[in-house]
Design a protein around this ligand. Structure first.
Ligand SMILES: [Fe+2]
Length: 386
C-alpha cells in the first residue's frame, strides 16, 4: 500500500484546529534549527532525522509515539516517504508532506481584514516566513502589496474573485525574502510601483511613488494614499487604504519597529526612522495597522489576523514610542542591534534585479523566518508574554 501524502494547507488547518497530530521532521538537526514548522498554538514536534531511521530503525521507531497521528516533514519528500513507509509497516497512522518543507515555506493563508462597501481587503499570511502580503480588491481589479514569489497563488486568488491584478506595490527593497512584484508585473501586465529611495539604483522597470499621492481603481472604490516613512530603509513606504488601514511594511510592527541597521548605516537610518515615527504618532490613533512581518503568533488577534490599532501598538511598544529625543532613539537601536543573515545581501541584489539566481537557489534563499524587527527588543517582549 502507498502511504498517503498531505499538503502544507492541510497542515496549517490541523494546527489551527488543534488536531491531535505529532509533526516528525526528518531533516538533519542543523536544518531543523534554522527553519521548522511553527503554528499559532503549541503542538508536538519531533526532530528524528532519517539517518537515525536508516541506522537503527527499531530505536527511531521507538522514539515515535505509536498512539498518535504522525505527520512527516522533510526537505524534498523522498526521505519523508522513506520514513513514512517504515512507520506504516509498524502499524502507524502516518502521512508525509508532498514536495517537502518548501511548500510550507511558500504557503499563503488568505484572511479577510475588511469588507467595505465597494472593496475587500485581504491579509495573506505566510506562516513559513512570518510575513504578510495584502490584496485590495474593488470592481474587477486587485492591487497587491509586498507579494511573495508564489505568483500562482495571487493570480488564482484574483481570478476566483473575478479580478485581474492591475497594480503591485513594494513597501521597500526587501532583504529577507524574494519579492514577487517584478514577476507579477511581467506575468500579468500589472504596474509595479516602488520608492526611488530604495529602487533608483535597481534594474527593475517600475513606476516611482510620490509622497502623499493617492492611487485608486478605475471603477471608483477606495483610495490608497502613499506615505513615505524612511528608516527601516531609505525608501520605506506605508500605504493608507480608505483612510482606515495602514499597510505599514517593515516600519511599524505589532511588536517592535523595523530595524534600521540592515543597510550598514545605522545612525543615519535610525535618525530617519525616528522622524518617521514622529510622523506616525501624528496619524489617527484608531487606524488599523497591517504589518509586513510578525515575530510570533502571539501578535495575532483572536481571529488569527495580524491587525492592531495604532493606539494599541503605541501602548504595547511604549518603550520605543516614549523615546522623545533622537539621541535616545539612536541609543536604543544601537543597543538592539544583532547580526543579519548572510543571505540578506544576496536577496537584496536579486530584488534589485542586479543579480540572477536560478529557481532552486531562489527557493533556498527564500526559506527561513525573517529577521526584520529591532528584535533583541522583540525577543524580550516575547519572553514577557510567554
Ligand atoms: Fe524588511
Amino acid at each position: 500500500m502507498t502511504v498517503q501524502t498531505y499538503e502544507a494547507k492541510e497542515l496549517f488547518h490541523w494546527l489551527v484546529t488543534k488536531e491531535d497530530i505529532v509533526v516528525v521532521d526528518v531533516r538533519n538537526p542543523k536544518d531543523f534549527d534554522r527553519f521548522h514548522i511553527e503554528g499559532p498554538y503549541p503542538f508536538e514536534q519531533l526532530n528524528i532525522s532519517y539517518y537515525e531511521f536508516m541506522e537503527d530503525e527499531e530505536e527511531a521507531v521507538m522514539r515515535t509515539p505509536s498512539d498518535r497521528k504522525i505527520r512527516i516533514v522533510c526537505a524534498k519528500e523522498g526521505s519523508a516517504r522513506y520514513v513514512a513507509e517504515i512507520l506504516e509497516r509498524h502499524g502507524y497512522d502516518v502521512r508525509y508532506l508532498a514536495d517537502g518543507i518548501k511548500t510550507w515555506g511558500n504557503l499563503l493563508v488568505p484572511k479577510l481584514v475588511a469588507q467595505g462597501q465597494d472593496y475587500a481587503l485581504y491579509q495573506f499570511i505566510r506562516p513559513g516566513k512570518a510575513s504578510c502580503s495584502y490584496g485590495l480588491l474593488s470592481g474587477k481589479e486587485m492591487m497587491l502589496f509586498d507579494p511573495s514569489r508564489n505568483l500562482e497563488f495571487y493570480i488564482d486568488f484574483a481570478e476566483k474573485h473575478g479580478c485581474v491584478i492591475t497594480r503591485t506595490f513594494e513597501t521597500h527593497l526587501q532583504a529577507d525574502y524574494i519579492a514577487g512584484s517584478r514577476d507579477i508585473a511581467g506575468r500579468t501586465g500589472a504596474v509595479f510601483y516602488a520608492n526611488d529611495g530604495d529602487f533608483k539604483s535597481s534594474r527593475n522597470a517600475y513606476t516611482s511613488l510620490q509622497d502623499g499621492e493617492f492611487l485608486g481603481f478605475d471603477s471608483g472604490g477606495p483610495r490608497v494614499q502613499v506615505l513615505f516613512t524612511p528608516g527601516h530603509t531609505p525608501g520605506s513606504t506605508c500605504f493608507l487604504v480608505d483612510g482606515q488601514y495602514l499597510i505599514s511594511g517593515d516600519t511599524v510592527f505589532i511588536n517592535s519597529v523595523g530595524r534600521p541597521d540592515l543597510g550598514g548605516q545605522v545612525k543615519e537610518w535610525a535618525v530617519q526612522l525616528f522622524a518617521s515615527i514622529q510622523q506616525i504618532r501624528q496619524l489617527d490613533h484608531s487606524l488599523i495597522v497591517l504589518p509586513g512581518h510578525y515575530s510570533d503568533w502571539e501578535e495575532a488577534d483572536s481571529n488569527l489576523l495580524f491587525a492592531r490599532t495604532l493606539s494599541e501598538i503605541f501602548e504595547r511598544n511604549s518603550a520605543i514610542y516614549n523615546l522623545d529625543t533622537e539621541a535616545d532613539f539612536v541609543a536604543f537601536i544601537e543597543a538592539n542591534m544583532r547580526p543579519q543573515p548572510e543571505e540578506y545581501d544576496i536577496i537584496r541584489q536579486v530584488n534589485a534585479h542586479l543579480r540572477e539566481e536560478d529557481e532552486e537557489r531562489q527557493e533556498e534563499l527564500d526559506l527561513g523566518k525573517n529577521e526584520c524587527a529591532a528584535s533583541a527588543y522583540a525577543a524580550a517582549k516575547k519572553e514577557q508574554t510567554d
